[in-house]
Design a protein around this ligand. Structure first.
Ligand code: NAD
Length: 307
């Protein structure tokens, strides 16, 4: 598994990262023992970058990941988040996020996290986040509890505002670089790179849209996008391919991001996704998928206060 520098943090992360929101049951029921095995399998296959949040399964993801990493914490670059605690529960005040960080460290059974993101900043007051939340996290960084500080969110414009407004270590963008949307590359990626920050592309399967079983019921994409992705999945099945393999290979070919983080909770998914990196897909198949997805290219959905 190749690794890349995570911006200028001095950390090195695997090109494929392990997204732990499925470990919290966000995509359906999970078997925790199998989830723990999937974490071990991922480490054994060279994945060293793990992403969780207190929001995922309302702390369950962190708890399961913390159990899985007992004795193996030193082998991984561990990222979690602060500020989002429920579907509509956000609190970006310094007092809450520092208390939240301590609670996360406890669940993750560690004395520090390598990366912390302010979670889904489009739901907060950006001035508060830039002037109070991030400085409080920088202080925790100086105390050694955090290795790097970043923000995450869906709307690319607000991530750009954060890049321009704070001296961040990295940015996590999701659902904006995959087979049906590459808008991450328009403005945000060049800006982040010009500042020397790290860049993470999360959700290369568009939160399940680009899989054979399809997305969970809560998926916020417009129906047209769901339908086009379903057609792409059916087309791949007819051609003897799995759309998820094609999507994973497509996303991990991007060198402008430091890691592509995919959600997983089973050993089969880990094996499958690691094997998908670098598969050779017939260019004609890629062209056909592109044509199916063309009508919904760049389609997104609203997230946060301003949208
Ligand atoms: P994703 O695009 O990675 O898709 C995950 C879904 O695909 C899950 O249902 C998973 O079981 C399934 N899957 C994985 N491999 C598969 C395969 N080979 N075949 C079929 N299905 C497969 O979406 P995600 O999990 O939401 O995103 C990845 C990670 O990025 C998250 O787990 C989380 O850690 C992070 N993330 C962060 C934010 C944020 O900070 N706001 C938002 C989204 C994601």
């Amino acid at each position: 598994m190749r690794q890349r520098d995570l911006g200028q943090t001095g950390l090195k992360v695997s090109v494929l990262g392990f997204g732990a929101s499925p470990l919290g049951g966000e995509f359906g029921a999970i078997d925790e023992s199998e989830g723990i095995r999937s974490v071990h399998r991922a480490i054994d296959l060279g994945i060293n970058f793990f992403d969780t949040a207190p929001f995922y399964g309302r702390t369950r993801s962190e708890t399961v990941l913390g159990q899985a990493l007992e004795g193996r914490r030193h082998e991984v670059v561990l990222a979690t988040k602060v500020g989002r605690y429920g579907k509509t529960e956000f609190d970006f005040s310094p007092k809450t996020i520092i208390a939240g960080l301590e609670a996360s460290l406890n669940r993750l059974k560690t004395d520090h996290v390598d990366v912390i993101y302010v979670h889904d900043i489009e739901f907060g007051d950006l001035a508060l986040i830039l002037n109070e939340t991030i400085p409080a996290l920088m202080k925790a960084k100086a105390q050694g509890k955090i290795g790097a500080v970043g923000v995450s969110g869906l709307p690319l414009a607000i991530l750009q505002e954060a890049v321009l407004g704070a001296d961040l270590d990295l940015i996590l963008s999701y659902c904006h670089y995959h087979l049906a949307d590459q808008s991450l590359m328009d403005n945000l990626a060049p800006l982040v790179r010009s500042k020397g920050m790290g860049l993470i592309n999360a959700a290369p399967l568009a939160m399940g849209l680009l899989t054979q079983p399809g997305p969970p019921a809560w998926h916020p994409a417009p129906d047209a996008m769901k339908q086009a992705c379903r057609e792409a999945a059916e087309y791949c099945t007819q051609q003897g391919f799995d759309l998820a393999d094609v999507a994973l290979d497509f996303a991990t070919r991007l060198d402008s991001v430091d890691s592509t983080v995919v959600g997983m909770s089973t050993v089969v998914e880990v094996d499958r996704n690691v094997a998908a990196i670098g598969i050779s897909v017939d260019p004609m198949i890629l062209v056909a998928i592109e044509e199916i997805l063309a009508p919904v290219r760049g389609m997104t959905w609203s997230s946060g206060k301003a949208s």
